[in-house]
Design a protein around this ligand. Structure first.
Ligand code: AMP
Ligand code: GLY
Length: 434
């Protein structure tokens, strides 16, 4: 079978790597891919959100399965367009992709199906939103409804900050149409983590729970990024806590949708906060997380292509997930200045040695191959993943290899996975928005 992977990050490099382990897969194309994927499979010069060209390509090349990495093509309806042409594709349709592309859609479904989440109100006018501020306690969280590249959520300590957030979203329209509606919700306290699961609309097959590190600098300081590192599994949850999430969050959602004749097919990603009252949903995503994929997929022992095909075919109950029980820690190496302005075109040294180390995987993101060299070509450049019998061991292995890699301006966090050493339910302050 020929497979098309859509995207260009380390998550997609990891997907290619994993899909190649399947006996069902003969050839992989990736659109547009990166310097790392060009060494593994065939990079195709089509952007991830150019759905028309992707459909044409998949028809012309007789692609048997398409796997989508990022959210934008899903939100733009890539699944519907591929299905119209009889092509197999992994992910939810445009309507259900709104679980990520519209926070109002997601929150209303959570309310309808009694899924634990912060109390909220929806507004479509700045004045009514500001009026509401007079009646509530602070802190609160103000969120633009639509996709805003991770910047549309603002934690506000007081009324003034909340007014500014409302103006940014609805008056200045900093996030465009994404700010036509907004949500004001209670600010939750606790540790954040993620659970990603396969769903065919009836059965849920979860992967290990993981923790991302969204802030640019150590100790969760600095601006929000796409994610500077992750680890799995998280010791925050025991088996009972994990089952509580599957039974109390994932199943109520997909069963509720099924009653509405809507089958959620794809990866369902729950971003959660472990509060004193138990886990509460901060957000749903409709795809693998990046860098979460780089720590949960390498732990998957089975055939990823087979699980994906069973998901699409509504036969997930026949699939089983076997996991490598070791811990996995991923450290993201970024260009100096990321997530703000950064330079590109810096030569990356030490990659070959790094890739050869035991218990290490190196996935490329913002890279390109030029004249036999691998150069930086984006904000997040590499994901270095270490395996270990404990999180500490996995962390030490990953950082040892990070020490062998260099490029001008290389920036990374030194504390990835240290959160695992905090006691379960230890309180973290509500993160302050930048
Ligand atoms: P979201 O895109 O909704 O996940 O929000 C992005 C980030 O904002 C989350 O990862 C949290 O750090 C923070 N956040 C979102 N909602 C809340 C909330 N209700 N309480 C506290 N922090 C939140
Ligand atoms: N790492 C967060 C995300 O993929 O949305």
């Amino acid at each position: 079978m020929k497979v098309l992977v859509v995207g260009s990050g380390a998550r997609e490099h990891c997907l290619v790597d994993k899909l190649f382990q399947s006996p069902k897969v003969d050839k992989i194309y990736i659109a547009p891919g990166n310097g790392g994927t060009s060494q593994l499979c065939e990079n195709i010069d089509i952007e991830a959100d150019d759905i028309e060209s992707l459909v044409k390509f998949a028809v012309a090349k007789d692609v048997g399965l398409t796997v989508v990495g990022p959210e934008i093509p899903l939100a733009k309806g890539i699944v519907d367009k591929f299905k119209d042409k009889g092509l197999k594709i992994f992910g939810p349709n445009q309507e259900l992709a709104q679980l990520e592309s519209s926070k109002v859609f997601a929150k209303e479904l959570m309310e309808k199906y009694n899924i634990p989440t912060a109390s909220f109100q929806v507004f479509n006018q700045p004045n009514s939103a500001k009026e509401y501020l007079k009646k509530i306690n602070f802190p609160v969280v103000v969120k633009a409804d639509g996709l805003a590249a991770g910047k549309g959520v603002m934690v506000c300590e007081n009324k003034e900050e909340a007014k500014t957030a409302i103006d940014t979203i609805m008056v200045e329209k900093k996030f465009g149409q994404a700010g036509n509606n907004l949500i004001i919700e209670d600010c939750l306290k606790g540790q954040e983590f993620s659970v990603l699961a396969f769903s065919d609309g009836e059965t849920i097959l979860p992967l290990a729970a993981s923790q991302d590190h969204k802030r640019a600098f150590d100790n969760d300081r600095g601006p929000n990024t796409g994610g500077m590192g992750a680890y799995a599994p998280t010791p925050l949850l025991d088996k009972q806590g994990f089952d509580q999430i599957i039974d109390g969050i994932f199943y109520p959602l997909i069963k509720g949708l099924k009653k509405e004749n809507k089958l959620y097919k794809g990866i369902l990603y729950a971003g959660l906060m472990l509060t004193d009252n138990g886990p509460s949903v901060l957000e749903f995503n409709v795809r693998f997380g990046d860098p979460e994929a780089q720590v949960v997929l390498p732990k998957l022992k089975g055939d990823l292509a087979d699980i994906i095909l069973k998901t699409i075919g509504g036969k997930l109950s026949e699939a089983k997930i076997e996991e490598d029980l070791r811990a996995c820690v991923c450290v993201v190496l970024a260009s100096g200045g990321y997530p703000n302005k950064y330079q590109k075109g810096k030569e990356i040294k030490g990659l070959e040695i790094a890739q050869k180390q035991r218990d290490i995987l190196v996935y490329q993101a913002g890279t390109k191959k030029e004249a036999g060299k691998i150069l930086t070509n984006g904000g997040r450049v590499l994901s270095v993943v270490g395996f270990g019998s404990t999180i500490k061991e996995a962390k030490d292995k990953a950082y040892k290899v990070v020490g062998k890699i260099s490029f001008e301006g290389m920036q990374y966090r030194k504390d990835i996975s240290d959160k695992a050493l905090l006691s379960p339910k230890s309180k973290v302050q509500c993160p302050k928005s930048n």
